[in-house]
Design a protein around this ligand. Structure first.
Ligand SMILES: Nc1ncnc2c1ncn2[C@@H]1O[C@H](COP(=O)(O)OP(=O)(O)OP(=O)(O)O)[C@@H](O)[C@H]1O
Length: 306
């Protein structure tokens, strides 16, 4: 699938033809994407799709085996200081030193960032309900994630990079804290890049998305455009169909007998004529959820054999 070429002019991250192998495993396969400046960018993909590997390249922790990675128009491997000083990063399992108290973690992190905003840090501390005197080893998984989120973003980074930030957070905390933080950062004109396998969460907060499936980029663009382009139609055939009808441009076709459901990507105009030719008419049309879109694209890359 071909997507628009990355442009560095208005993007904070530009990745071109990035591939990565671990032995025989292809973790990233010729991935090109860019992250526009400002707003929320959601990276979705099933477990093992390549999300963390992509994030490690953005952080300069992995050198591009093939292709290029630019962050703030710099090479994160050769210029880590120029890049990392503008990034706040929270990993899937924050590896924070358990012997530290919350307030010590903040003091320690603050030392790395001249632009640390102490008033903002104190504000978040209260908002997250964290006790400054508590040792990290005694925090719950959710509290630990909150402490990590606080430390990652109290210097108001230009790019807040969150790798599966929801793991360990209950749905209430996710909605009230994580999503509030994500929107606040975006409202300030900064950029949030976050990865998740929770499609429903990505759909709620993202402005742009990229979808990885088995290391391949299967979808990329503005969420509004993607949602406007993907529609699910129900076709009613005059005669029962023994096998799935072949519909040009359809991402997937499912059903049986006279009723078939068709997911299309931008083929809205052509469908009525196409259906009529096959002896069918459109009886229903609905917006597809991101989950349905993901399943359709993942199936298109890796069709299941009959
Ligand atoms: N250091 C490594 N050595 C060997 N294989 C690796 C290594 N890092 C990643 N992989 C493999 O590359 C693939 C992509 O892994 P990655 O961690 O990027 O996926 P992910 O989308 O972040 O998954 P998850 O949601 O489970 O964290 C997986 O098959 C993984 O097993």
């Amino acid at each position: 699938m071909k997507f628009p070429s990355p442009s560095s002019a208005e993007s904070v991250v530009a990745i071109t033809d990035l591939s990565r192998h671990f032995g025989a495993k292809t973790a990233l396969d010729n991935v090109s994407l860019y992250v526009p400046k400002g707003g929320v960018f959601g990276l979705v993909g099933e477990n093992g799709a390549g999300k963390t590997t992509l994030i490690k390249h953005i952080l300069g922790l992995l050198r591009a085996e093939a292709g290029t990675v630019r962050v703030f128009d710099r090479d994160p491997v050769t210029d880590p200081v120029g890049v990392l000083g503008h990034i706040g990063y929270l990993s899937e399992q924050p590896d924070l030193p358990g012997w530290m108290r919350v307030e010590e973690l903040l003091r320690y992190t603050k030392a790395f960032y001249p632009q640390w905003d102490e008033a903002y840090a104190q504000n978040l501390l209260r908002q997250f309900g964290l006790n400054p005197a508590q040792r990290l080893s005694t925090l719950s998984k959710g509290q630990m994630a909150k402490a990590g989120l606080l430390a990652a973003q109290a210097h108001r980074p230009d790019l807040l990079l969150l790798d599966e930030p929801s793991s360990g957070l209950d749905p209430l905390v996710r909605r009230d804290i994580l999503e509030a933080v994500i929107r606040t950062v975006a409202d300030e004109g900064r950029t949030v890049f976050f990865s998740s396998h929770l499609l429903e969460e990505i759909e709620r907060v993202s402005d742009h998305i990229a979808m990885l499936h088995q290391g391949k980029l299967v979808l990329f663009g503005s969420l509004d455009e993607i949602k406007a382009q993907h529609r699910r139609f129900t076709l009613h055939f005059e005669n029962a169909q023994e096998t799935a009808p072949v519909i040009a441009g359809a991402l997937n076709v499912s059903g049986k007998g006279k009723e078939w459901s068709v997911m299309c990507n931008g083929a809205r105009q052509a469908l009525p004529a196409l259906a009529a030719k096959l002896g069918a008419r459109i009886v229903d049309e609905q917006a597809a959820s991101l989950n349905e879109i993901f399943v359709a694209h993942a199936g298109a890359v890796n069709p299941t054999q009959p």
